[in-house]
Ligand binder design. Structure first.
Ligand SMILES: CC(=O)N[C@H]1[C@@H](OP(=O)(O)OP(=O)(O)OC[C@H]2O[C@@H](n3ccc(=O)[nH]c3=O)[C@H](O)[C@@H]2O)O[C@H](CO)[C@@H](O)[C@@H]1O[C@H](C)C(=O)N[C@@H](C)C(=O)N[C@H](CCC(=O)O)C(=O)O
Ligand SMILES: Nc1ncnc2c1ncn2[C@@H]1O[C@H](COP(=O)(O)OP(=O)(O)OP(=O)(O)O)[C@@H](O)[C@H]1O
Length: 517
């Protein structure tokens, strides 16, 4: 994989140059200062972070939770910004820089359209896939990319883990990038001649206009379960944040898993053509997926659709939920116009879906107790993985996990309860405490686990490295350790700091130390 070096964003190498005067007239911006100053002024990029300004950029100063972006206008100018778009408050903050200031009432709401125009992403777009839902977005995105690759189609990918096109990749900060980055990334992927682009769409992305300026060809919905209630407060509000993705302003067609009530509700509320997919027998749906065989490393399933269409294949990852994700990806591809027969041909040829999903039920080595590193950090993610493990493991399930600070505290008790009910041994540790007191987070998890199953073997070990070694010290070769939380990540966030920590690398090291490797 080639990294993008110092870049923290993917951008086109040869962006079009646009006249600032065209921007002003097209978006009806109010100019503070002399209009004549804008004559002939060209811009070649757009960003909302002073830290990522490149020469020739339009800098957008947004009012944020902690600061107003216009406060950083001088920094943006020093890095080569040619003009600033901001609101009235930002105009006053940016005035001392002497940069041309272009004012609009709600710059965040304009960001998608501005970025699409700057980078020209509406012209000849690739086939665009959007994936939403509480859990499974990253997995479905990787599966879509993998099947497209098997079909010989080059696809760009934007997930929680990474943004990638071919060999060019960068680590992601957010699940869905800000609109300026989304359109820069799309332009770069267009340059690389991507025929398709897959974007994970979080609820926050929809609420904060991050995918504005895009009309997806096909959007997919996995599920809606308890998470992000710090942002949305009720499940209904969380649902309403996702629902706009299934409207003509944002997508042409949709595929919805209707196993649970929220999916059924979304299929009814969608104002674009939607096909439904279920994994429960007896449910009325257009497509139906059934599990044929489960092992710790592979899940085999059959997918049946309208007109007696059918494919039987497998995904090299644990879990019924991963088969659901795979089935959703296949139906999304069919909805994009690829016949199921073509998909079946390549899957049969290759012996199944050839996918690697970093940090999702990822098996570390193949010797000693099975160690699975998983990005699960919500009650439903815990349930899905633990239920699947129980069906395939002979020994005990040792579950190691923590709950992240500064993120929806209302899910913590349920996470503790589920771990105690569905695992045999529970080890509770720290996971990104951020600005919260880690001991207080652990206390909630331990308390909930103890209350749920009195007598359950439960350990509390603050340091994640020591906690993993505690789990390993308890394991025999028949047991499995599920380490839920860190997944693909390579840091542990404490206070405002990212401390280097890879659960995958540390697990490998510990397996060596204990003589299993
Ligand atoms: C709540 C939220 O969404 N916050 C986002 C917001 O931060 P903020 O309003 O606090 O920004 P701020 O620090 O006040 O700064 C205001 C402006 O000044 C700019 N600035 C700031 C400092 C500086 O030196 N230079 C500069 O230009 C910032 O870029 C920003 O435009 O704007 C920032 C810049 O784009 C985002 O990084 C930040 O996401 C934070 C990190 C975040 O945690 N967001 C989470 C809630 C999120 O979006 N999660 C979803 C879902 C994940 C999932 O499914 O699990 C996601 O898509 O990632
Ligand atoms: N379809 C599913 N149903 C329930 N749980 C799932 C499903 N798919 C994955 N999971 C669980 O959720 C975890 C996160 O999966 P994934 O990263 O694919 O979801 P996501 O929606 O992208 O989450 P995030 O936005 O937090 O990255 C997995 O590691 C697994 O534990």
């Amino acid at each position: 994989m080639t990294s993008t070096g110092q870049l923290n964003t993917l951008r086109p190498s040869h962006p079009p140059a646009r006249l600032v005067t065209d921007l002003v007239s097209r978006f009806d911006l109010a100019v503070t200062g002399e209009l004549a100053e804008l004559d002939g002024l060209l811009l070649t990029g757009i960003t909302l972070s002073s830290k990522s300004v490149q020469p020739g950029d339009l800098y957008v100063g947004l009012a944020g939770v902690h600061a107003h972006g216009a406060q950083f206008a001088a920094d943006a100018k020093a890095k080569g910004a040619v003009a600033i778009v901001t609101d009235a408050r930002g105009a006053a903050l940016a005035a001392p820089t002497g940069l041309p200031v272009l004012v609009t009432a709600d710059p965040r709401a304009s960001l998608g359209a501005l970025s699409a125009w700057v980078y020209g992403t509406a012209v000849n777009p690739p086939t665009l896939f959007g994936v939403t839902g509480t859990n499974g977005k990253t997995s479905v995105s990787y599966i879509l990319e993998a099947i497209l690759r098997q079909l010989g189609v080059l696809a760009g990918l934007s997930t929680t883990a990474e943004r990638r096109i071919g060999d060019l990749a960068m680590v992601s900060a957010l699940t869905t990038p800000e609109a300026t980055e989304v359109h820069g990334m799309l332009a770069r992927m267009n340059e690389a001649e991507a025929e398709a682009v897959i974007i994970e769409v979080s609820a926050q992305a929809l609420t904060r206009h991050r995918v504005d300026g895009i009309v997806f060809d096909v959007v997919g919905f996995t599920n809606l379960t308890h998470d992000h209630l710090d942002d949305y407060h009720t499940m209904q509000a969380y649902f309403e944040a996702k629902q706009p993705l299934f409207t003509p302003e944002r997508a042409k067609r949709g595929v919805v898993i209707t196993d649970a009530e929220w999916g059924k509700k979304l299929a009814r509320a969608a104002t674009i053509p939607v096909v439904t997919l279920s994994t429960y027998p007896g449910q009325a749906a257009d497509w139906y997926a059934a599990i044929l065989r489960e092992t710790i490393d592979e899940t085999r399933f059959i997918l049946n659709g309208p007109d007696n269409q059918s494919v039987t294949t497998s995904i090299p990852v644990l879990g019924r939920h991963m088969a659901e994700n795979a089935a959703l990806a296949v139906v999304m591809l069919v909805e994009s116009g690829i016949p199921l027969a073509e998909i079946k041909t390549v899957l049969d040829r290759d012996g199944g879906i050839q996918v690697y999903i970093p940090g999702r039920a990822e098996r570390i080595e193949n010797s000693g107790p099975a160690v699975l590193i998983d990005y699960g950090h919500s009650p439903d993610a815990f349930t899905s993985t633990l239920d699947s493990l129980r069906r395939v493991v002979d020994g005990r399930i040792i579950m190691l996990f923590g709950a992240d600070g500064d993120r929806d505290p209302s899910k913590r008790e349920e996470m503790g309860q589920i771990a105690a009910r569905l695992a045999d041994v529970v080890v509770i540790t720290d996971f990104h405490p951020r600005t919260e007191d880690p001991a207080a987070i652990r206390a909630v998890l331990v308390g909930a686990a103890r209350a749920a199953v009195p007598g359950r073997e439960i350990y509390e070990v603050a340091d994640p490295r020591e906690a993993f070694r505690k789990a390993l010290s308890l394991a025999t070769a028949d047991d499995v350790i599920l380490y839920a939380g860190p997944g693909h990540e390579d840091y542990h966030e404490v206070g405002g700091e990212h401390l280097p920590y890879s659960a995958r690398d540390d697990a490998r090291l510990a397996l060596h130390e204990f003589g299993w490797l």
